[in-house]
Structures are given as C-alpha cells and as structure tokens.
Design a protein around this ligand. Sequence first.
Ligand code: RUG
Length: 839
Amino acid sequence: LSPEHITEIYDSFHIEDDRTGLSSETLQRAIADNLYYIQGKFPEIATLYDYYMAVAYTVRDRLLHRWINTVKTYREQDVKVVCYLSAEYLPGPHLENNLVNLGIYDQVQQAVESSGLDLRSILAQEEEPGLGNGGLGRLAACYMDSLATLEIPAIGYGIRYEYGIFDQEIREGWQVEITDKWLRLGNPWEIPRPENAVEVKFGGYTEPYTDDQGDYRVRWIPHQVVNGIPYDTPISGYRVNTTSTMRLWKAEAPESFDFQAFNVGDYYGAVDAKIISENLTKVLYPNDEPIQGKQLRLEQQYFFVSCSLQNLLKIHLLRGDPIETFHEKFVIQLNDTHPAIGVAELMRLLVDEYLLHWQKAWDITQQAFAYTNHTLLPEALETWPLNLFGSLLPRHLEIIYEINQRFLDQVRLKYLGNPDKLARLSLIEEGGSKRIRMAHLACVGSHAINGVAALHTELLKEGVLKDFYDLWPHKFTNITNGVTPRRWMVLINPRLTQLITREIGETWITQLEDFKRLESLAEDPAFRQEWRRVKRAVKQDLADYIQAHQGLTLNPDSIFDIQAKRIHEYKRQHLNVLHIITLYNRIKHNPRLAVPPRTFIFGGKAAPGYQMAKLIIKLITSVGEVVNHDPDICDLIKVVFLPDFNVTNSQRIYPAADLSEQISTAGKEASGTGNMKFSMNGALTIGTLDGANIEIREAVEADNFFLFGHTSEDIVDLKAQGYVPKTFYNTNPALKEAIDLIASGYFSHGNRALFQPLVDQLLQADPYCLLADYQSYIDCQDQVGQAFQDQDTWTKTAILNVARIGRFSSDRAIREYCREIWWVNPVSIHLEEYQQAKA
Ligand code: RUG
C-alpha cells in the first residue's frame, strides 16, 4: 500500500470505546461482548473458563491498543531494538500481571463482581505457559517485564513448545510426570501471524558458484524445509504505554512439500513429512539431563534462531535501512549458548543471502551479538558432535571452520604458536570424537560476555572462559541477575505491598532502591508489629492451601523454612533433609527438648531422566511421612512437599517464608533468583557464599544473613587434597546417625535398598560436599532456631532485608545491560490523541 493510501485508511479507523475504555462499566460491557462473540456462549452455559477467556480478551484489547502504538512508534522513529534470544520463557499467568501493569485490577474486579462472579476464581483458570525449566526462563520473563517498564524497545524471541515443562504429581512419594497440555483450551494472549512465516532449511549439501561480480559464493541445497510461524504475545510495562512483543515460533510443514509428495502419489509420505516437521516444536527439553545425541534439540535451537534472525533482517530492510547498518539498529542477547548458533546463521544470511563480504559481515555480527553465560557446570556446557552438526547444518559447519581459522590465526600471532593455547581456544574440541563448542562460538562472535553474579563472573574469568578473558578482558562484564518487583511483590504479596506503600509511597515499584526508606521503620515497634501481622496472615494463606490440597494441618507460628527450586544434587535438598533428621533424632532422644516448631516446605521438579534427583524427592516425602506422624515429635516438625513447583505455585510460596534455603555448594549456583524473591518478601536467608547470595549478604549486611559452609576456594582445595567424605561421617556422630537411619530402611518401611544409591553417593564420592558442610549447616540452623524465639528482633532483621534488597530488581539489571552492553535508550509511547481521549 502507498503511504497516502495507508494514511487514508488510518484516518478512517474508529477505535471503539468498548475495546479501550478502562472504567468498570465499559469493562463489564466488553466482558459480556467477548463472552458472546468470541466464546460464543451465554451465561447459562458459560463455564468459568469461558469467563476467564472473556476477561482475558477484554484486557488483551487494551493491550493491543498500546502494542500497536508501540510498534508504530518504533517503526516511525527507526529506534535501536534489543532482541532477546532465549530457548526458554516462564512468564507465568498473564492476566493478573496485565491487570497490575495497566492499573485496572480494581475496575476489572468491580466489573466481574457486578456480573456476579469472583475475580480470584477467574484468575485461577489460567494455564501458565511453562516454556522453561527454571531460573533461566524466568529470568528472561523478568527481563521482558523490565524492558517494557523502562520503555526500552525490545522483542523476545523463543519457541512455542506445544508441551511445556511437565506437570509434576507426587504418587506414593515419587515424582510422576504428566504432559503439559497448556494449549488445549486455547491461549487468548497470543496472535498467530502466518503471513510472517519464514522458511528454515535443514540437511542436504552445499555447492560453490561464482556470482555476477566474479566472487566465490556458496549455495546450500537443503534436504528439508520447515516453516516457522510466529505467535506474538504482548508484554505490558508497568503503568507505561510501552507494550513489547514476545514472538514465539511454531514449526509447520510447508504446503508445497505436501503437495509435491501428494502429486507423486505418496500421500502418507507427505503426512509423515508434515508430522516430522511439526515435531520440532513439540516439547521442551529438560536442562539437567545429558544432551548428547539429542538431535531434535539442536534442530529446535537452529530453528528458532534462524526464524528470529530472518525476521530481524526483514524488519530492518522494511524500515528502509541498508543491511550494513543492521548492528546499529539491533543488539542480540544470547541467553546462554542455546541460541549461539545465531553467530553462524547471521554470517550465513549476510554472506550467502545478502552477498556481503566476509569481513563486513563479521563486523556486523560481532557488534550485534552479546552473550550471557548462566552456568559453570561442565555437563551443562553445550557441545555438539561434529558429524551430527555437519549433517544437519552443512553450511554452518563450513562457516564455523572459517570463523575458527581466522580466529586461530589471530591467536597464533598473539601467542607465537603455543599449540595448547590454540587447542583450548578452538571452536572445535579435538580428541576422540570432534565436537563444536557452542560457548566458544558465542564468545568469538560477541562484543560482550557476561556472567550473572559477581562470583560467577570471576569464576568464569578464572576457569571455563579463562583463555578468552586473557585474550579479550575488555569483553567481560558482570551483570548480577534481578527479579521484577511487579510480579514478585505487588502481585504475589498485596498485604505487604499495601503496608509498605502506606509508609513510603509507591515509587519503589519502579525504583526498588527506595525500599531504603524502610530502614528507619525497622526501629519502630508498632510497624514491626504490623509487619508480623502481615507475615502471619500470609503464612496462614499457605497453611490453608496446604490443608485444602494435602489435608495437612500446619502451625502458622512455626518457622516456615522453605527450599523451592529445581531438584539437583548441587542445590543440596538432601543437606536440608539431613538437618531435618538430625532435629528428629534430637527430639527422639530428648522429648522435652525446647526447639521452636518448624515447618519444612519443599518444592521443585527433577529432570525426568535424573534418577538421583528423583530419589531425593522420594527421600523428602518418605522422611515427611515418618516425621509428620510420629507422636513423639508432638508436631514440632512438619515436612511438606508441594507438588508442581511452577510460577503459579511459587507465587503462594515466596511470601510465606520465614527462612529461605540457599544452600548450594559454593561455586556451583551461577546466581540464583529465588534467593532474591524470598528476601524481597521478608524471609531471612540461610546460605553459602555462592552465586548472588554473596551480594545479597553484602547488601543486607552480614548480621542479617545466616552464613555457613566452605567457600568456593575451600571446596577446590578440599578436592585437590583428596576429599574423603567418610572421614566426616566417621568423626561426626550426629551425621553418622542421620545417614545410618536413612540406610537402615527407617524411612522406607524397612527397605534398605531404596536409598542405598543416595547413601553410597554421599559416603563414597559426595561430589557436592554435603558431608564437609554438614556441621556448619547444623550450627547455623541452631542459630536460626534461637533467633526465631526473639520475634521482635527477627522482624527487625526481616524489615532490614527488604529495605536493602533494592539492588536485586531486574530494572537495575536491565539498566546495566542498556548502559554497558546494548547502548540503547528508552522511547516513550504516546497513545494517539483520539485514542487517548477514549482511554
Ligand atoms: O542455574 C542457573 C541459575 O543459577 C541462574 O540464576 C539462572 C539465571 O541466570 O540460570 C540458571 N540456569 C543455568 N538455567 N539453566 C542454565 C544452564 O543453561
């Protein structure tokens, strides 16, 4: 369409008030309208889910209005855009978040109540998109929230998995995985854009040719083509008009392929091809199982990265910009190595499709990409077998060889040969079978490399990426993770939000450092009393939920001691269990022992193939079964395993904690973000000097943090000296008693074999040094028990934790990315006048 034609059409638009108005009357009318015309239902037959859909569409209309203005503004102003490439997103339920961000919670509540309904039950209908495993995907969602709130132009690209992370049920104490059919009732938040589909190639071979200019070129003849269909979800900012896009790709078979096969009479072959293509985005992979040989995962990674980069180049050219300025208009953040293939793909697109010269393309690529590393665990560092890689992406293999050769030429000059150095830096791991090192590709192809907490970045520089740090120290920065206070405070803890806002106003919601103003209130006995009342009410809410769902009665005055995160040996849920058993033994030996009552709450999923993690869940539930029903314990200890830890369920948990368990082996947890959410909601932390715990402790000050355990250096020394866990077992009677009790079958109806693998692992290898940290942990837990007896001091400490946690907002993290890595600026979005008047 010509520009004049577009203006003419635009001028003739009338945006209906019922789709933009924010009064409760307008909202009520719109909900009824959507129930009729979108859901095709009338009140007599409408289900609660229909009402949820009607409310969701009503809210979505208000978002679309802002979203369209956002896209339009970015187009007109030709702004620089942040592109977050992430294989995982865990946004959590959208509806309530959008009500908070748009500031229409009360109006919608009123509208819904006027129709005789209850907003909480409607909100509870939403199936959350579980498109991630844990911290990494949730971080991406927090960053999308902050980007929109800070009015930074941004697109989040990812995969629209048909089945997200499995739903967890606990049966007879074991984890059972249930398929997550999150899309079965429809998803009101996404808009499919089939007109923007792109083609992604796989397999086949390459052939050289000479172009019109006489330049050597390469053509890729694929074996298979898959279509990527974008599904867009609007991401609102808090009380701003900016509404960003989360664009997730779904794989589909291209029509042409089906017809081709159909015409040669191979109808079933055509359908097979279709199924194979569509399998690509079927299911999310767990992140803590070995990835070896999982070809589909590499296909997924390449698929979404290729779709996203093609899409970006198209946007760039549509805006009328020359291809050479791509990096001036887009910066692409690699969320771990999962999208690192993007470096080779952008080179392919620029050199093969847009016919740029290699060096020009490389300059653009390096300036466009930046890489965040999220793990030091060797088993999580992605490498792909060269054969597999080459058969799937033959052209990319050639490109990676070329990148590597040019890179190693540079290295050779700098280090005068030094074959060891070359071998360590190479993008290809030699040895038995060759593999491509995705972290190396990300480092070489990026202008910035960052870790996610101060210790993690230091360890990266000293260890996994040391050679790259020696080569390019200027590329390395630390950006400590953060979490959004909108979801993790305002939405999940309205009681505390209200109390805090009453005292210090509401600026903290977008400037969390303003929590500092709470410091002086920590000294105010009346405020402390109110704080305690709020905490008790929130704990009661969780107790009621557990009573209703598990039939277990909890004491809201007991210490709510919570560990909620993925189940993994390095996170040491079993160290927590050793403490529970130790307490249990003490009470059994001395029934009159004065200990404060404690409720131990666990939540978390184990990767389906990770047997030890699944056994840890069984251990927790088995210990709970014995302890919870032992009359000698007089309800002093309760152990609860909350099934299906996801964003929705986590929202009930964080506000209710007195004690947050952050007890990973030092040096293993890159950052952690649950630690921030707990602390923000007034829990005290018991933790090791690991990940962001270190910075949290610095911020809240040492006296307000329960520290225990070996440092990361101690752990390295311990192992270097030849760590023998048995020594700790043999010399510590309480530890021995706890482990022996597990081994004896006491918690497994006499079955000594059940927990044997776990006991053996602890006594014979103990790779995560539980035994070495046991006594320090127990002593620290004893201090916790004592401290909790003095409720007034405990409350003061909790208030100080909140007052000093401001740095851990994702807004701060995003500001740092903008300043240090992305060089992007905010762009305000104004609703057009006639639209504004109606809103
Ligand atoms: O394990 C890390 C967490 O420590 C971190 O807080 C989070 C966000 O940075 O990322 C987690 N992570 C790392 N999830 N997957 C990986 C490896 O791909």
